[in-house]
Structure formats: structure tokens, C-alpha cells
Design a protein around this ligand. Structure first.
Ligand SMILES: Cc1cc2nc3c(=O)[nH]c(=O)nc-3n(C[C@H](O)[C@H](O)[C@H](O)COP(=O)(O)OP(=O)(O)OC[C@H]3O[C@@H](n4cnc5c(N)ncnc54)[C@H](O)[C@@H]3O)c2cc1C
Length: 403
């Protein structure tokens, strides 16, 4: 099979990319390993999606549905239950229900999303009983498969996903005994701390972590201790929680495996490095969504997907985009995306800072903007006017603490 643009992954990024590429006139194939399109949105049945993109608060499935309907209208070719096994030189191998398919592409948009950090990654001592779930797996069990993971749960990690899961488990009849966070402040949005924990009297244990799990077949106890400033457990502060379920919400990792030998990775996000037009270091490969950087909002993922789709289609038609100016993290910047600036389009920066600041001044070329109350877990998104970066050989992004 031959197509102009192939998109791998039909989440928010992939669907937006496929739509834009089709609107640009390209022949598009969207490939998804799941039985339906939508990606992680399908299991996020809470609201909070689409405030920027649709100027309306939607649930995940509602957000996905808007893109799905548009894809149907435009007649985009979608292959579900199809797993992309490998990507070679403009050739993609897909395992479908009918066998193995080789697809020749002019351009590719890689939009495979992220994985959850697993339990094995945390090196927590103790037993290895059942009853330990990542938040996404617990969410899928409840929201899609209609099954409860257990009766009494503790949650590790207070990002938005952990907070939302605390409320969800409670609403479904489980007892949530607390949320444990190693930072001295909650990782998620204040509105989620109030709506998901305080409204349900769920305690938040800050500057704390899980130091041991105990249980023979099924989880029986989780030991939690306070941590010092270097996140080292403080002996003598241990507290035992009798629970049968531990839900881990300790971060997402960009899913890069299929093309990581072909393209450069972003050193700060650990995702696929792209320019502001979604192009990777390999001209014909574009990428967008959580496989490039973990975005806070799906709306941003859709914008990035659209850009990657549009430029992938233009490349497939023969346009050349080979000018990339490096974008680098400077003082106090932990993560910055994109990795390069291509002057054919505007530069929208996404960044996370290294430490909480009451006031921080962002500096990019001659551009400056002061942000209030910034924390590392929250992503800043800012459009940099062209005039502030014209003529630079590299663009350094810094944040300075100000009074
Ligand atoms: C629990 C949770 C709560 C959230 N809450 C909010 C919220 O309230 N508001 C908000 O704006 N955002 C929220 N988000 C974030 C938002 O859902 C994501 O940022 C966005 O949906 C990610 O889209 P994506 O396309 O990058 O990835 P995904 O949705 O993960 O899509 C990637 C797709 O690629 C497919 N794929 C991967 N590998 C292959 C392969 N080899 N072959 C074929 N297909 C493949 C996957 O099956 C998947 O469908 C939440 C996320 C989570 C996990």
C-alpha cells in the first residue's frame, strides 16, 4: 500500500494530524492498535477537556467524538486493531487483522502518546502482591470494563490524574484512605485538590512517600514515611495503611521506541525532538502529542497534532523544510518543547520550571513575560513573537526569579 501521509496513533494528536493533513489535500491513513479511535480520551469520562479548543468543557469521550465525526465526514481512512511493528526508510510495517501490511509513505506523523511509569520503576522494597495498579489501568477497569480494582485504596502521586482517580474510586464505592505526595505541595491543579480531595474528605500526605508494600497474595499493608528535602525517607516517621489497593500516579513516559533509532530525542522531555512545525531530525517524520512532551491539556495536544499534520502533508507534496534553529533550556528551565524553531511558522513554547516561584520572568531572545505562582508540575505555554527571536543562531529559554 502507498499513502502520502501515514499517522501512527489515533489519540488526540493523531486524529488532529490526520484531519489537517487531509484538509491540506493529502491522502491519509490513520493506524490505531486499539479497537477504536480516541486514545486515552476514551477512558477519561470526567470533564475538563476542550476549554481552549472548543471554548466548552467536555468529557474525554465527547472531545474525541468531535474529531471522530469530522474524520468520518472527510472520509479519512482509519485502520483500527492494527499495530505498527516497525518504521524503516519511508516504509512502515503494520500487523493487521488480515496479516502483515507494508505501507510506503511520503511523510509520517508519529503520535503514539505516553506510557505510565510502572511499579518496577519505583524500586519500592517489600512483597510483590496483586492489588498494585497504575492510575490509567485502574481508570480503564472502572470506566471501560465496569470493574472495581479493590475495596480500600491509597494513591501515590498527587498530579491531576492521581487526584481525579481519588474522586473516581470514591464515587464508585471504594474507600480512599489518602493521597501520598513526596513534594511539599500538590502536583495537580488547585481546583482538583479542592474538587477531588477536600470535597470528599480525602487526606493529602505531603513530603511523604511509600517505603514498603506488604502482602502475600493480595496487598495488605502499605508503609508511608515522611521525606527530607532530598526525598530521603526519615526513619521513625513510618505510618501503616491497611489497604488492598495501591494506585500509582507517578508520571508518564513518552512512548518513543518505534522511531528512537531514527530520530533525535529531546533531552529535557525524553520524548521525540521536534521543531515548532512538528518535524523531527529526520525530514519525512513528524511527531506530536504526549510522545514528544507530556502536555497538561489535550487542547495543546490537538494544536500540535494539527501543525504536524499540515506540514507533513506539505512535505508529501514536495515542500522542503530543513531550517531548524536550536531551542535550549536555560536557567531554571526543566523541560522545554519544541527542540528547534523553523521560521516558516510561529514559535509556541511549552515549558516547565525547575522550582516553585512566586514570580518568575521568562526570557526568550528579547521577549520577557512575568508569570505568578509557577510550579514545576504545571506547563507554561507562550507564543513568542517573531521579532523577538529574528536572527538568533540559538534560542535560550530562561526563567529568573523576581520580587
Ligand atoms: C487519567 C488522565 C486524565 C486526564 N485529564 C485531562 C483533563 O482533565 N483535561 C485535559 O485537557 N487533559 C487531560 N488528560 C490529558 C489528555 O488526555 C492527553 O494529553 C491526550 O489525550 C494525549 O493524546 P495523545 O494523542 O498524545 O496520546 P494518546 O491518547 O495516548 O494516543 C496515542 C494512541 O497511539 C496508539 N498507539 C501507540 N502505539 C501504537 C502502535 N505501535 N501502533 C498503533 N497504535 C499505537 C495508542 O493505542 C493510542 O490510541 C488526562 C490524561 C490522563 C491519562
Amino acid at each position: 500500500m502507498k499513502v502520502d501521509v501515514m499517522v501512527i496513533g489515533a489519540g488526540a494528536a493523531g486524529m488532529a494530524a490526520a484531519l489537517k493533513a487531509k484538509e491540506e489535500g493529502a491522502e491519509v491513513l490513520l493506524v490505531e492498535r486499539d479497537e477504536r479511535t480516541g486514545g486515552i480520551l476514551n477512558q477519561c469520562i470526567h470533564n475538563g477537556f476542550g476549554l481552549h479548543y472548543f471554548k466548552q468543557e467536555l468529557t474525554g469521550p465527547e472531545y474525541a467524538e468531535r474529531f471522530q465525526e469530522k474524520m468520518e465526514k472527510l472520509g479519512i481512512k482509519v485502520l483500527t486493531n492494527a499495530y505498527v511493528k516497525s518504521v524503516g526508510n519511508k516504509e512502515v510495517i503494520v500487523v493487521t487483522e488480515n496479516g502483515i501490511e507494508e505501507v510506503r509513505v511520503k511523510a509520517l506523523v508519529y503520535a503514539t502518546g505516553a506510557r505510565e511509569r510502572p511499579f518496577g520503576n519505583l524500586m519500592i522494597p517489600g512483597d510483590r502482591p496483586s492489588g498494585i495498579f497504575t492510575a490509567g489501568v485502574a481508570q480503564r477497569l472502572i470506566n471501560i470494563e465496569n470493574r472495581l480494582p479493590g475495596k480500600r485504596a491509597l494513591i501515590l502521586g498527587s498530579g491531576d490524574i492521581g487526584l481525579i482517580m481519588a474522586r473516581r474510586l470514591t464515587l464508585e464505592g471504594m474507600e480512599v484512605v489518602g493521597v501520598v505526595e513526596r513534594l511539599p505541595y500538590a502536583g495537580g491543579l488547585l481546583r482538583n485538590v479542592i474538587q477531588c480531595l477536600e470535597d470528599y474528605n480525602i487526606p493529602l500526605y505531603l513530603s511523604s512517600t511509600v517505603v514498603e508494600v506488604r502482602g502475600r497474595e493480595r496487598l495488605e499493608e502499605v508503609v508511608v514515611a515522611k521525606v527530607d528535602e532530598q526525598y530521603r525517607p526519615i526513619p521513625g516517621t513510618e505510618k501503616i495503611f491497611k489497604v488492598d489497593t495501591l494506585v500509582l500516579s507517578v508520571g508518564l513516559i513518552p512512548q518513543v521506541e518505534l522511531i528512537e533509532n531514527l530520530v533525535i530525542k529531546n533531552l529535557t522531555s525524553k520524548g521525540i525532538a521536534t521543531s515548532n512545525i512538528g518535524q523531527t531530525s529526520e525530514d519525512w517524520i513528524f511527531s506530536a502529542g504526549n510522545c514528544t512532551v507530556i502536555f497538561d491539556l489535550v487542547d495543546y495536544v490537538s494544536y500540535e497534532g494539527e501543525t504536524a499534520g499540515r506540514y507533513a502533508a506539505m512535505l508529501a507534496k514536495g515542500e522542503i523544510f530543513d531550517h531548524r534553529i536550536p531551542v535550549k533550556p536555560g536557567k531554571n528551565v526543566m523541560v522545554v518543547h519544541p527542540t528547534w524553531y523553523s521560521p516558516v511558522d510561529n514559535l509556541t513554547l511549552y515549558l516547565r520550571v525547575k522550582k516553585p516561584m512566586e514570580r518568575g520572568r521568562l526570557m526568550v531572545g528579547t521577549y520577557e513575560k512575568v508569570f505568578e505562582d509557577i510550579v514545576p508540575s504545571e506547563m507554561l505555554r507562550v507564543k513568542i513573537p517573531e521579532k523577538n527571536i529574528t536572527g538568533l543562531d540559538e534560542i535560550v529559554v530562561s526563567v529568573e526569579e523576581v520580587d
